[in-house]
Design a binder for this molecule. Structure first.
Ligand code: NVA
Length: 381
């Protein structure tokens, strides 16, 4: 009898960003690190105790505040009848290695969205493209093992683990970036000349926006063309649209271009779409693309690699209900005018741990099925 009970209570199913949410993973801040330098990324925060080359855990008082906000968010979701699971943190301050490299520290497990891509009854562990994040999937294994036991239809996948050897990265990318003039940086943006080479497929799950049959994939500094190609081959029955925007060193689609509900997308007012045909494609399918409101912050918060545009980083509970960062008054007002019920969530202290409300979550179950929201496809997009 016990067996029957457990086989019933997990279903992996989520096709988009807005269907009614019933089961979600919410990350934890425990032990999150300012990552040790590696070819993919270097932190340089001398004013806050982490000059170039240094690394270490984020301050414990920051961690406590972030965890309080994450726990409160989890409780809020539960109070609305949504099942919430949490990852199992590792000792992120440990040195890790593979036969190809050694890395002085890991990162954390606040943003499950970066690692887990749910498409229908499938969850894919993304390749990730930073050495510090190579093992992050292990934080989610206890949950994925449980879902695998409980849901006989759950398809559990892992994208090929990348080697992340020196050949995966352009040599001295960040040193060269620092030396670039404004014009050269501009050129890099238009050419999408980011740190990854095309040696092997790399992608973060948070670079993908899901809208039923259509998946929008950000060609970013953590997702290369080979990664997009891997996803395209993995999802032959979907329409995969590579997208890019005016942003230097872009990471993750969910503070840049967000599909909110059928017929409505939110676009970053500063990071303009550079993808030929993107706006026409949405228009052709009767989608409105609105520019987001002005964010609350002017700049990156201390020790955070996330920009003020986390203002756009929201979690839809259903097509009418949106969780937004409580400090983003202008953004919440815009959502209100767009007809959403807005749930303000105190979340500002989570930023340094790797993101906002969308980053901090990964879908397990939303009601609904795979729909075609873009019946008018366009050649070349
Ligand atoms: N790299 C993005 C964060 C995405 C959640 C930004 O800082 O805007």
């Amino acid at each position: 009898m016990q067996e029957q009970n457990t086989t019933r209570h997990t279903i992996v199913n989520s096709w988009n960003e807005w269907d009614p949410l019933k089961h979600v993973i919410v990350g934890r801040a425990d032990g999150t690190m300012v990552q040790a330098p590696e070819p993919a990324i270097e932190r340089n925060w001398p004013d806050h105790g982490f000059p170039l080359g240094t690394y270490g855990p984020l301050p414990k008082e920051m961690e406590a505040k972030a965890n309080e906000q994450l726990d409160n968010f989890a409780k809020l979701l539960e109070s609305r009848g949504i099942r919430v699971d949490r990852p199992t943190p590792l000792e992120f301050n440990q040195e890790v290695q593979t036969p190809d490299w050694e890395q002085k520290s890991m990162f954390g497990c606040m943003p499950p969205r970066d690692v887990l891509l749910t498409v229908g009854n499938e969850i894919i562990e993304a390749t990730m493209s930073q050495r510090a994040r190579w093992y992050e999937y292990l934080c989610y294994r206890p949950l994925l093992e449980q879902y695998f036991k409980e849901d006989p239809n759950f398809r559990w996948e892992a994208a090929p683990k990348p080697r992340l050897s020196d050949d995966t990265y352009k040599k001295d990318y960040w040193r060269e970036w620092e030396k670039k003039s404004k014009e050269e940086k501009e050129k890099a943006i238009y050419e999408r000349d980011w740190v990854l080479t095309e040696k092997e497929p790399c992608f973060d799950a948070a670079d993908i926006g899901r809208a039923g049959k259509d998946l929008f994939v950000y060609h970013s500094s953590v997702t290369n063309r080979a990664g997009i190609d891997w996803l395209r081959r993995h999802f032959p029955n979907y329409r995969l649209h590579p997208v890019w925007f005016y942003e230097d060193n872009p990471i993750h689609i969910d503070a840049t271009f967000v599909v909110l509900r059928p017929g409505l997308a939110l676009s970053n007012r500063k990071r303009k779409p550079l993808t030929p045909g993107l706006l026409e494609f949405f228009k052709k399918n009767d989608w409105e693309v609105v520019e987001c409101a002005k964010p609350f912050l002017d700049n990156y918060p201390p020790l955070s690699f996330c920009s003020p545009w986390l203002s756009m980083n929201t979690l839809m509970l259903d097509p009418k209900t949106i969780c937004a960062d409580a400090q983003e008054k202008d953004q919440m007002e815009q959502f209100d005018k767009l007809g959403f019920e807005v749930i303000p969530v105190e979340f500002a202290d989570v930023s340094a741990f790797g993101g906002g409300l969308h980053c901090a979550t990964a879908d397990v179950y939303r009601e609904g099925s795979c729909e075609d929201y873009f019946p008018h496809q366009m050649e070349g997009f």
